[in-house]
Design a protein around this ligand. Sequence first.
Ligand code: ASP
Ligand code: MG
Length: 416
Amino acid sequence: MALIVHKYGGTSMGSTDRIKNVAKRVAKWHDAGYQIVVVPSAMSGETNRIIGLAKEISAQPDPRELDMIASTGEQVSVGLLAIALQAIGKQAVSYAGWQVAIKTDSAHTKARISSIDDAKVKRDLDAGKIVIITGFQGVDESGDITTLGRGGSDTSAVAVAAALKAKECLIYTDVDGVYTTDPRVVSDARRLNTVTFEEMLEMASLGSKVLQIRSVEFAGNYKMPTRVLSSLTDPLMPLEEEIKSGTLISFEEDTNMEQATITGIAFNRDEAKITVFGVPDRPGIAYQILGPVADANIEVDMIIQNQSVEGKTDFTFTVPRVEYAQAMQVLSNDVQANIKATGIIGDTKVSKVSVVGVGMRSHVGIASQMFRTLSEEGINIQMISTSEIKISVLIDEKYMELAVRALHKAFGLENS
Ligand code: ASP
Ligand code: MG
């Protein structure tokens, strides 16, 4: 019997009525002969609420305790969903991450899954039960509860699907798929029927909030077919229709019929830029600057180093805005004096805008079209980075939406 994993986001689990709808949809799939594992998020707003309680007491709560708190949202939703399924005559059982067990490392608040034990779940499925597993949480070696970072239940779902060798992982959410860009910014953004795994990886890392990036990495590593679809449709809609809805993350490029040169425009407002200037131009400097930043577990994204003038150069890079203060502290405490840099400046009012598409591999001139479009809008580019399938620019955050709209139009991505 084919196994399918369903993941429901916070909005889909947002009230007891919505949970009853989720139960109806899950029951429909089970009635059609599938084994079903469900991985839900906490009810919407709940994780923020409980983390907020901790922050009322301390500005920097202990990460272990924070995980203890943050993980409870999902524990409530799995129990409620099991009850909702039982209420309509289904056998269902819920588990917390540690009961399965979903093992992780000990990086509290951003743990990574290391293994999933499938024995218990398989036994239940074979006994005809629907199994519901908390998203977002796991357990480390010493038995402490961990969480996978905000939005982490996507990753839980895909990881569970991979461990159980599911046929497909369906991510039910409050949007009906992946769009060419955020429809809140560009009203005529278009839903994609398929997107390649690589494009999805870029879009997720570039700020598209549809899926947590690690979930896409899991899907890629295990070649797990993953579909993003709406949970707000009629739960009893015909299965054949539902199976084809949403956006499928595919692993084969050439079967992607609608392939255009550019697939989407991604953007990220959560960026900050740091420049270390007057840096001596000699071997080891990049490591001396970025090593301590990495040791503080801060992810560096775009990097540029200028040509040196009289033996001195400037070194500029971006970090997540929430980690800007910490990065600045690391640099002024540990780095600046060490490498004898003249100074450090930063800017938190920047955004990154990217064009993404596997079609870029076989087309020239994408970069120049992008830069021309931005120049026509009078938008100054502060940094540029490229990969095989994307070009990103860092710009003043004031112009972000303008840039996204202009590029969406310039590359002809709007609804036809
Ligand atoms: N409840 C967690 C969060 O709000 C995990 C998730 O929803 O994916 O971040
Ligand atoms: Mg989410």
